[in-house]
Design a binder for this molecule. Structure first.
Ligand SMILES: NC(=O)c1ccc[n+]([C@@H]2O[C@H](COP(=O)([O-])OP(=O)(O)OC[C@H]3O[C@@H](n4cnc5c(N)ncnc54)[C@H](OP(=O)(O)O)[C@@H]3O)[C@@H](O)[C@H]2O)c1
Length: 322
């Protein structure tokens, strides 16, 4: 059977040498173009210097950052202060925010203005909350919005509580959408360009067992960001960031944090890429993580399934004992 197929194929190639050569050439050219595109993309993202952001977005303007007393948000606060931006910290712990503001003014940039707006992002979808936050930012020339806040919940989906699910939707989807809606008209009205940085995650790259809600919410972040960057092309710089492991309170105590980077490294690379790309893994280490994920996604999911089944079994044994 196989032999017959090969003989027929030989016959076809023999009779259509020209057509086969053209097809082979087109296939090779396609692969070469894609590979060259990938290499150029990598050089653009990882090696070229970024824009001078304060010139691009305006001296004296503010960067509003959600959840920036720690983690990646703090990384952005520090890196944006270094570049001369005034800051609006959208945070839940005012005392911690005041201490950070003092530290930034003392050690990084004494000339910037830092404002604090108090908000627990679990409540962002409650009546009147977003209106109150936007009201408190009235009159400030905000040029950059960093939609950073997010919460990680993972494990067997059947064990999630309703309140965990609601919290994740508010913090990972609600906050990004409502803050963007609240500030976008003002960003569009500015004489100089404005920018929006949306934190997504590598978890949105492939569906992974145990990350249904977190990865799902981060896929929303990618689409939301990508769609808006098409809608406002040439008027706003919008970028979705899909980092791998970053050393922050969110990932404290987790094992096997392969190719981990610091919160400042995460922010610095994104600021270098801002205005030049709309979707990024950020740091080159996380481009490598993505490549490794491409190669091992089936294995990752098999291992995850085994882990999750173990957790469910443990939980049911616990209930039976009590
Ligand atoms: N870390 C990673 O490896 C990683 C990877 C990919 C994507 N991301 C994404 O990057 C973003 C930031 O991650 P992260 O690791 O920096 O998170 P994180 O460590 O949990 O961030 C800590 C910050 O979030 C604030 N926060 C927590 N809950 C809050 C709430 N309900 N209201 C207001 N502020 C709240 C904390 O405030 P307090 O100081 O008051 O506690 C602190 O400022 C998230 O969207 C996350 O999904 C992270």
């Amino acid at each position: 059977m196989m032999r017959q197929i090969l003989e027929k194929l030989d016959q076809f190639v023999g009779q259509n040498k020209r057509l086969v050569s053209v097809l082979a050439f087109l296939y090779a050219a396609g692969i070469a173009t894609r590979s060259i595109g990938k290499v150029l993309g990598f050089i653009n993202r990882q090696l070229l210097p970024g824009y001078n952001l304060i010139e691009r977005y305006g001296k004296g303007s503010y960067a509003a950052i959600s959840a920036c007393t720690d983690g990646i948000g703090k990384g952005f606060a520090i890196e944006l202060a270094k570049r001369g931006f005034n800051l609006v910290m959208l945070i839940r712990n005012v005392k911690k925010g005041e201490e950070l503001a003092e530290e930034i003014k003392k050690t990084i940039n004494k000339d910037i203005d830092i404002r604090i707006v108090e908000i627990d992002f679990q409540n962002i979808q409650k009546e009147g909350v977003i209106e109150s936050i936007i009201e408190q930012m009235q009159g400030l020339d905000i040029s950059i919005l960093v939609n950073n806040v997010g919460v990680l919940i993972h494990g067997p989906f059947e064990l999630y509580s309703y309140s965990q699910i609601n919290k994740l939707i508010s913090m990972n989807v609600g906050a990004q959408t409502l803050l963007t809606k609240g500030l976008i008209s003002q960003l569009l009205k500015r004489k100089q360009k404005g920018a929006i940085i949306n934190l997504s995650s590598m978890s949105s790259y492939y569906p992974v067992a145990g990350f249904a809600m977190y990865g799902g919410s981060k896929s929303f972040n990618n689409y939301f960001s990508g769609s808006l960057s098409e809608e406002y092309k040439g008027r706003l710089d919008i970028i979705a960031v899909r980092p791998g492991w970053v050393d922050t309170p969110m990932t404290d105590g987790m094992n096997d944090k392969m190719l981990e980077i610091t919160q400042e490294q995460c922010a610095r690379v994104v600021l270098r890429q801002l205005g030049r790309t709309t979707l990024t893994f950020g740091h080159y280490k996380h481009e490598i993580t993505a490549l490794l994920t491409d190669l091992s996604i089936n294995l990752i999911n098999t291992l995850q399934r085994m882990k999750l089944q173990g957790v469910v079994l443990q939980q049911s044994q616990k209930y039976q004992k009590s």
